[in-house]
Design a protein around this ligand. Structure first.
Ligand code: BTN
Length: 248
């Protein structure tokens, strides 16, 4: 199996246009989000990015772990200090930026499952976790399965990787640089990215399941990233956080 090119801060900085002082590559860390949060609290500037070859306690939304084996994923956290700290806007922007970077580097068109997951052919290949919003900064954590060929039993039916999807091992430095460059130029306050978010949505117009088992129809996604649904009795509702299930 071809080994992935090691992560390299100089390459990521050069390709993204970020100053080298902003990019840190770690061999191992508990969580890049956790590491970056402590830098942020100590005044690190917007644009600071942390990448790791592996995470020992990578985390996802809703308290779930994020599978982060060495060398086969992109585990990236970026520090934003945007005018809006609305996590919905930041997460939706990140989903669009990451989807576009995957398309640019791998030629793969991926879909977005509300609110923070990227899917290819019904399986998850990327998750996004926005944290810290409200403290004057937001930590944007992005985890992409790049060259995984196998997953633990609980993930095997629902996860995939870029390598499985397109048959090639993506260059993680180029992928990270593309994401960071796009983030640098993007503005979560503007709703411009929402048209692309909706275009890539897996849930819009479909029946989805709520955590309480109720089935509703997803009829819209507003500019704050909330899901607009209509229940069986026709009552419209707005779901700002959480997760929905979809039959794929
Ligand atoms: C999810 O699937 O719910 C979100 C997963 C987010 C994973 C990334 S990997 C980089 C960053 N560090 C973490 O601990 N989590 C995020």
């Amino acid at each position: 199996m071809p080994s992935p090119v090691p992560l390299d801060a100089g390459t990521v900085a050069r390709l993204s246009g970020l100053d080298l002082s902003l990019v840190t590559v770690l061999q191992t860390v508990d969580s890049t989000n956790e590491y970056l949060k402590s830098l942020a609290k100590n005044g690190a500037p917007a644009g600071t990015a942390v990448l790791a070859e592996t995470q020992t306690a990578g985390r996802g939304r809703l308290g779930r772990p994020f599978f982060s084996p060495p060398g086969s994923g992109l585990y990236l956290s970026a520090l934003l200090r945007p005018a809006t700290l609305d996590p919905g806007r930041i997460t939706t922007l990140a989903a669009v930026v990451t989807a576009e970077a995957i398309e640019e580097i791998c030629g793969l068109e991926v879909a977005i499952k509300w609110v923070n997951d990227l899917f290819f052919e019904g399986k998850k290949l990327c998750g996004i976790l926005t944290e810290g919003a409200g403290n004057g900064f937001a930590i944007l954590g992005i985890g992409i399965n790049v060259s995984n060929r196998a997953f633990p039993p609980e993930l095997a039916p629902i996860a995939t990787s870029l390598e499985r999807a397109c048959g090639k091992v993506a260059d993680r430095n180029r992928l990270a640089a593309s994401i960071l460059a796009k983030l640098k130029n993007a503005d979560p306050c503007s709703a411009a990215h929402m048209a692309e978010y909706r275009r890539r949505s897996l849930v819009l117009g479909r029946e989805v399941g709520l955590p309480n088992g109720e089935r509703v129809r997803a009829v819209g996604i507003d500019d704050d990233g909330a899901l607009c649904v209509v229940g069986a009795d026709g009552t419209p509702r707005r779901i700002a956080t959480g997760e929905v299930s979809i039959k794929l």
